[in-house]
Design a protein around this ligand. Structure first.
Ligand code: FAD
Length: 433
């Protein structure tokens, strides 16, 4: 029997089913004139902005995972498992690594190659260690659900040990006072209080969190007033915020700072910005930015290469009047939407308008019912509009709701929201396993 691809004319391969790739596959999968294949090294999609909640135990394993096989079946695209190894832009084929079973390491699929007419690269980014000695050996990172769960287990083990020893404090160091570091510090504080209430373990009063960054303030990308308010909230929680200081090295039990101080920590988390994946260097004839991302033109096409686009964190897209599109879920969503709209026309040879990034503001969660951040100004030349408290939290949560709408439609996204609220009222708020 003919595969769905053989009935359709144009073969679109999307590599990476993250915030950008899965939204694009969902939109294009509906078209009858395209065969869409989504390649991912993992079997399921997880929306990265919730990784810190998974790490803090406020979200259970697999709760948010979307199986590519099932989602593809429902939305008209085919899922191909495997990690991208190489792109042959002359032959228009991509090479995928072999696939092995987790834990048993049994070979499931050999290395393969897939043809494409149009290729969209959307394989995201990874945390940047800036070459700092000891980071890879001694730090946890928040790049994937597996890393977040590993971090949660370490933190839970510390909480259990400290419950049996009243003198023992729990020392957690986080490098990177951007959104990820700030949210993780706040969620850990919240999670420890829940562990105390629901598990009888140590509460946040036994927690020593140190948040470090070489930038002069937390959340350096937002307005200084918003940044000051976030820092105040963290300090009220007891977080030791150290800004304007770099980390020279990490050892088994400590961060060593550029001002000569040492911060001893039981758990060390590195969340200091992003860079492109190492494979990008040998992937194909792409123009790369200094931070190893694929340089794209104003229509998100990879510079100097035909029929290849890049979106999301792996793309380096200049904004005409200065700056670059930020590596955020918000930008990934906008780029996926844009490409879903223009790709069919571009393939048909039509001229299409350029991508225009619209910042919808920055919001950072500071625990259960609050968030802080700012919305873009509505008046020309006025500053951003600060947002705090539960209203900011509501807008923060709506970002994920819109992602769910893009993946499942309004009815299912609303049902999922309702299911979350029911879960909140019936299950313990923190995962104690
Ligand atoms: C803890 C945390 C909190 C965040 N909070 C926010 C927030 O509040 N708001 C916001 O806007 N942004 C936030 N971000 C940033 C946001 O998550 C990313 O910008 C966004 O996920 C990027 O989308 P993407 O599709 O480019 O990449 P990703 O979502 O990272 O997806 C990449 C996909 O590619 C796959 N992949 C990787 N390599 C390969 C390969 N070689 N072959 C095949 N598949 C591959 C991965 O498995 C993954 O499925 C946060 C990020 C983190 C880590």
């Amino acid at each position: 029997m003919a595969t769905p691809e053989e009935h359709r004319s144009h073969n679109v391969v999307i590599v990476g089913g993250g915030a950008a790739g899965i939204e694009l596959a969902t939109r294009l999968g509906k078209r009858r004139d395209m065969a869409v294949v989504l390649v991912d090294r993992d079997a399921s999609h997880f929306w990265k902005p919730r990784l810190h909640e998974l790490a803090a135990g406020l979200l259970g394993d697999g709760e948010e995972a979307v199986s590519y096989l099932a989602h593809g079946q429902a939305h008209g695209y085919r899922y191909e498992p495997g990690a991208l190894a190489h792109v042959d832009t002359d032959a228009r084929r991509i090479a995928l690594d072999e696939v092995r079973m987790p834990v048993t390491d049994e070979l499931i699929l050999p290395p393969r190659s897939l043809p494409y007419d149009t290729l969209v690269l959307a394989f995201g980014s990874r945390v940047n260690d800036f070459g700092t000695p000891g980071v890879l050996e001694y730090c946890d990172m928040l790049d994937s659900p597996a890393q977040a769960v590993a971090l949660r287990r370490k933190i839970l083990a510390l909480a259990l040990r400290s419950a049996g020893d009243p003198q023992r404090r729990i020392r957690i160091g986080i490098v990177g006072a951007g959104a990820t570091g700030v949210e993780l510090a706040a969620e850990l504080h919240h999670a420890f209080n829940d562990m105390h209430r629901y598990g009888g373990l140590s509460g946040a009063s036994k927690l020593d969190i140190t948040l470090m960054d070489m930038a002069p303030r937390v959340l350096p990308a937002v307005d200084p007033r918003t940044s000051a308010s976030a820092q105040r909230t963290l300090e009220e929680m007891g977080v030791d915020v150290r800004v304007g200081v770099g980390v020279d090295a990490v050892t088994e039990g400590a961060f060593h700072l550029s001002d000569g101080h040492t911060v001893p920590c039981d758990v060390r988390v590195w969340a200091a910005g992003i860079t492109g994946h190492a494979i990008v260097a040998d992937l194909g004839p792409f123009t790369l930015s200094k931070d190893r991302r694929i340089v794209v033109d104003e229509r998100l096409a990879a510079q100097g290469v035909a029929n290849v686009y890049a979106i999301g964190d792996c793309a380096f897209a200049a904004i005409p009047h200065g700056g670059t599109v930020p590596p955020t879920a918000q930008a990934a969503h906008q780029q996926a939407n844009y490409l879903a709209r223009v790709l069919p026309r571009a393939i048909g040879g039509e001229a299409v308008p350029p991508f225009v990034y619209h910042s919808k503001g920055t919001l950072v969660s500071l625990g259960e019912y609050r968030a802080t951040g700012e919305l873009p100004s509505v008046v020309h030349k006025a500053g951003p509009i600060p947002m705090r408290g539960w209203l900011a939290k509501l807008l923060y949560v709506s970002l994920q709701h819109m992602h769910r709408v893009a993946l499942h439609g309004w009815t299912k996204a609303n049902a999922l929201w309702l299911a979350d609220r029911l879960r909140d009222t019936t299950l313990p708020p923190v995962k104690l396993h």
